[in-house]
Design a protein around this ligand. Sequence first.
Ligand SMILES: [Zn+2]
Ligand SMILES: [Zn+2]
Length: 349
Amino acid sequence: MRGAAFQGAFDVRLRTDLPEPEITGPRDAVVRVTRTAICGTDLHAYRGELPGFGAGTVLGHEFVGTVVAAGAEVPYQLGQRVVASDVVACGRCPACARGWHYQCPEVTLFGYSTVVGKSLDGGQAEYVRVPYADVVLWACPDGVTDEQALFSSDVLSTGYAAACHANITAGETVAVVGGGTVGLLAGMCARLVGAAAVVVADPVPARRAAAAACGLVPASPHELAEIVTDVSAGRGAGSVIEAVGSDATLRLAMATAAARGTVVAVGAHHSNAAPLDAAAAFARELTLRFVVGDPIVVRDDVLALIRAGRIDPTVVISHRLPLTEVARAYELFERREATKVVLIPDDVD
Ligand SMILES: [Zn+2]
Ligand SMILES: [Zn+2]
């Protein structure tokens, strides 16, 4: 079968000789992928920033498709449309029982080598094996397209979780640092949970244009404070969502929050020595909260929002390409020419 394999830094290749996955236990399913996407998280692997990331790993943790094989404990029929959670968890341990799937001892991500847990081939492929499919998969509701449902696998669920944990009060101004897909969707979700206005800071003009197209107020990072002051009539941003994952953006987010504000860091942070202006955070009595995102917990809510027409995450898609063009897709995404790339495995040219 075809699939996108990581071969080394800046080297993702279409493989055509991959073995078709098979179920290995009663909780496994195999999904034929109809839509998959490249995520900012994948770029850390692509750039070679993750030491030990296994050559040959089939990439991708965002996918939707139909069930083509299912073990005895999987509650989905063959042919059922399903979407996977990017986070894989057992569903049966004490952490999972509390809905804390990222703290499950079995946690891993599809297509991410051994960075989070055990290596598991990903969904940028024609077929993918899904372990714990009774927990990891979710039925796509009628009235939600595959392309829309794809966003519940990670970026919309993650953006929604960030907005829900940001202590947003009705009518306030929210700032988002980072206009990538999670930042844009978090901003749209912040509006849904009551923000009167959302200012999105990003240095890339195309991303600022994308923010404006999503009904958000664009700003370059250096003008963020001034625009937040204007938009909020001097009250400032009571909630700030940091959606990049760097030390610099975390500092900007904390500097932007109004007194007694909440900062949610939803960008994937890898630094263990991030400088923190503790004096300022103490004086302004800030709350800092980290959110990984948990599609297993929120996907039902976000799919309901899509179905009700309250949000359409497909507005952030910049490119739809056949899976056979995956190498070019990564290049476009790496160069920031693409905001969100959706890959179509059965679109064979
Ligand atoms: Zn993702
Ligand atoms: Zn568990």
